[in-house]
Design a protein around this ligand. Structure first.
Ligand code: GTP
Ligand code: MG
Length: 195
């Protein structure tokens, strides 16, 4: 898709701050530092639209980005960062639960994992949660530029098995560095919006 217009809309911490209207939205879930914000930037052809950082925990709120006035990407705070207090984890849980359980406009969750590593227990829980509540999900295995091409398929297979993905579940190999998988991701997104 050709992205011609991109706009940061709001950092929300509660449902009353979510944008009004019925535009479809796609939410980015995944471990802290996995590359969720970088995914949005690459998809939108913008270097610094969504703030990224080499330190985990950069995104702390639900950040809404409007693309071509047609859909929103919602950048969610990451999970699985060890240095987070119990209270903060609980707050994260409430915020996510509220969003996933109430948001009618949510068309799919883009679940981002790192192609280099086996999915963690947190990744498994996230994926199971989405499946359990029948929230459509697109798994994106990112940072392909960090491992040799010859290893991609083996790692992709492991991710499918560990997450418990079914044949019909979509897994896209992606790199915010090289742009690999970008068109495939757009195609998958439009399919979820139409479904
Ligand atoms: P939180 O907001 O903390 O949850 O992190 P995030 O998931 O939004 O990650 P972010 O996009 O900030 O990226 C984390 C780090 O990984 C940054 O240093 C990025 O430059 C780097 N990164 C993200 N995607 C890629 C990729 O595809 N390839 C490479 N080489 N680096 C990447
Ligand atoms: Mg982020």
């Amino acid at each position: 898709m050709k992205v011609t217009q991109v706009e940061f809309v709001i950092s929300a911490v509660s449902p009353k701050q979510y944008p009004q209207g019925s535009l479809p939205e796609l939410a980015l879930a995944g471990r802290s530092n996995v590359g969720k914000s970088s995914f949005i930037n690459k998809m939108a052809n913008r270097k610094n639209l969504a703030r990224t950082s080499s330190k985990p925990g950069k995104t702390q709120t639900l950040n809404y980005y409007l693309i071509n006035k047609a859909l929103y990407f919602v950048d969610l705070p990451g999970y699985g960062y060890a240095k987070v207090s119990k209270a903060e984890k609980a707050k994260w849980g409430r915020m996510m639960e509220e969003y996933f359980q109430t948001r009618q406009q949510l068309k799919a969750v883009i679940h981002v994992v790192d192609i280099r590593h086996k999915p963690t227990k947190d990744d498994q829980e996230m994926f199971s949660y989405l499946k359990h509540y029948e929230i459509p999900v697109i798994v994106v295995a990112t940072k392909t530029d960090k491992i040799p091409r010859g290893k991609w398929q083996k790692h992709a297979k492991e991710i499918r098995v560990i997450l418990g993905m079914e044949k019909e579940d979509t897994l896209i190999l992606f790199s915010a560095e090289t742009g690999q998988g970008k068109e495939e991701a757009w195609t998958a997104i439009w399919k979820k919006i139409r479904d």
